[in-house]
Design a protein around this ligand. Structure first.
Ligand code: ATP
Ligand code: MG
Length: 345
C-alpha cells in the first residue's frame, strides 16, 4: 500500500517537475542572486531563523524548495509539516509554476541536449541520442554492454557539450580509467582532461549509494560544475543483494523510490542526463518469448523516461531495444562494441 502511494507520488511529482523546467533558467537564478536568504525571507511565513535553517540544510534557491516534498523539508530542517507545505506552495507560486501552453513547452524541449553514442542506429532509436532532463535505464544480462555505454557517454558528453562534466557512481567496481583513455583517444580527445572531468565515487552499499546521489547537488554548487551526465552503474545491484526475501520487498521499493526521486530532481534541475543500469532476473515460469525481467519493478520502470533492453546478438554484436519512451516508437538497433566505443554494425 505504502509502495503504491509512493509510486503515484513520484509520477505526479515527475509531471510537476516537467512544468517546472521552464522556470529553471531565468527566474531561479535571478531570485538566488546576491544573498539568497533575502529571497527566502520574502516568502510568506519565513522569518530570518527559518530562512537560515533552510539555507543551512542546502535549500538555497527557490527551485530547491519548490521541487521538495513536505516530508523531505520536515526531515531535513525539523520544521513542522504545515509550515513546510506553506513554504513549498509559496515557492511554487513565486516561480509561477502552473499551467503552460503547449508552444512554450515545445520551446523548452529545445533546451534538451542529446548525447550521441557513436552508433547512428542507437542514436536514431533514441530520437537523436541520450537525452538530458531524463533518466535512461539500460537493462540486460552480463556482458550486454551496459557498463561500456556508461564509459562511452562519460567521454562523449564532454566532446559534445563544452566544459561538461560527468559524475559516475560505481557500485560494482567496474569503472576503468584505462577504458576512458582508450575511448577518448579514439575521439582525438585529451585523455587526461577527459578523466579530470569525470568525478567517480564508489558506493559500498545501498545507503551509501543513496547518500552519494544526494550529495551531487552540493558538489555541483561547490565546484561550480557544468554537470551534464550522472551515471549509476548499477542502480539495483546493492538493493538486490541487501533486500532478500519477500518480507523486505516493501522496504527496498521505498528506498529505491527515494533514490529515483533524487536522480529525477537532478535531471530536472540541471537539465542533465541520468544513465542507470539494471540487471535482469530470469523468470523460470516463462517458456516463450524472453524469459527476463528488469529488477526494481514498477518503481524503476515508472521513474525512467526511456528504458532500453540490451542483449547479445550474433557474432559479438549487441541489440538495443527501446521498451518505453514518451514519444518514440518501440524499435531495435544493432551495434558493436569496439576499442573506440560504440559503432554501427
Ligand atoms: N576495449 C574493448 N574493445 C571491444 N570490446 C570491449 C572492450 N571492452 C569491453 N568490451 C566488450 O564489452 C563486454 C562487456 O560489457 P559490459 O561490461 O558493458 O557488460 P555489462 O552489461 O555491464 O555486464 P554486467 O551485467 O556484468 O555488468 C565485453 O564482454 C566485451 O565484449
Ligand atoms: Mg556492468
Amino acid at each position: 500500500m505504502v509502495n503504491k502511494e509512493k509510486n503515484l507520488d513520484t509520477k505526479s511529482e515527475t509531471k510537476q517537475n516537467d512544468k517546472q523546467n521552464s522556470t529553471r533558467s531565468g527566474k531561479e537564478e535571478a531570485l538566488s542572486e546576491g544573498d539568497p536568504s533575502f529571497a527566502l525571507k520574502d516568502l510568506p511565513g519565513v522569518g530570518a531563523a527559518t530562512a537560515d535553517k533552510l539555507l543551512s540544510c542546502g535549500y538555497d534557491t527557490m527551485m530547491s524548495i519548490a521541487v521538495a516534498s513536505p516530508d523531505e523539508i520536515v526531515d531535513a530542517t525539523g520544521l513542522g509539516e504545515n509550515v513546510a507545505r506553506r513554504i513549498i506552495s509559496a515557492a511554487r507560486s513565486k516561480l509561477e509554476m502552473g499551467f503552460e501552453s503547449g508552444d512554450k513547452l515545445l520551446d523548452r524541449r529545445k533546451s534538451v541536449l542529446k548525447i550521441e553514442s557513436g552508433s547512428d542506429a542507437v542514436n536514431k532509436l533514441l530520437g537523436g541520442g541520450f537525452e538530458t532532463g531524463s533518466i535512461i535505464e539500460c537493462f540486460g544480462e552480463f556482458g550486454s554492454g551496459k557498463t561500456q555505454i556508461a564509459h562511452v557517454l562519460s567521454v562523449r558528453v564532454q566532446q559534445q557539450i563544452k566544459g561538461a562534466t560527468a559524475v559516475y557512481l560505481d557500485t560494482e567496481n567496474t569503472f576503468r580509467p584505462e577504458r576512458i583513455e582508450q575511448i577518448a583517444k579514439g575521439l582525438n580527445m585529451n585523455p587526461k582532461e577527459v578523466l579530470k572531468n569525470i568525478k567517480v565515487a564508489r558506493a559500498y552499499n545501498s545507503d551509501h549509494q543513496m547518500l552519494l546521489a544526494e550529495k551531487i547537488d552540493e558538489l555541483v554548487k561547490k565546484e561550480k560544475l557544468n554537470l551534464k551526465l550522472v551515471v549509476v552503474d548499477s542502480l539495483t545491484a546493492h538493493f538486490r543483494a541487501e533486500f532478500v526475501g519477500r518480507g523486505t520487498l516493501a522496504n527496498r521499493q521505498q528506498k529505491l523510490n527515494r533514490h529515483m526521486h533524487t536522480l529525477l530532481k537532478l535531471a530536472d534541475t540541471y537539465n542533465l542526463c541520468v544513465y542507470v543500469t539494471n540487471q535482469v532476473m530470469s523468470k523460470p515460469d516463462v517458456f516463450f518469448g524472453d524469459p527476463t525481467n528488469a529488477i526494481g519493478g514498477h518503481i524503476v520502470a515508472h521513474a525512467s523516461t526511456f528504458r532500453v533492453y540490451l542483449r547479445k546478438g550474433k557474432k559479438r554484436t549487441r541489440v538495443a531495444k527501446l521498451i518505453d519512451s514518451p514519444s518514440l516508437p518501440e524499435g531495435e538497433a544493432g551495434f558493436v562494441i569496439t576499442e573506440a566505443g560504440l559503432q554501427d554494425i
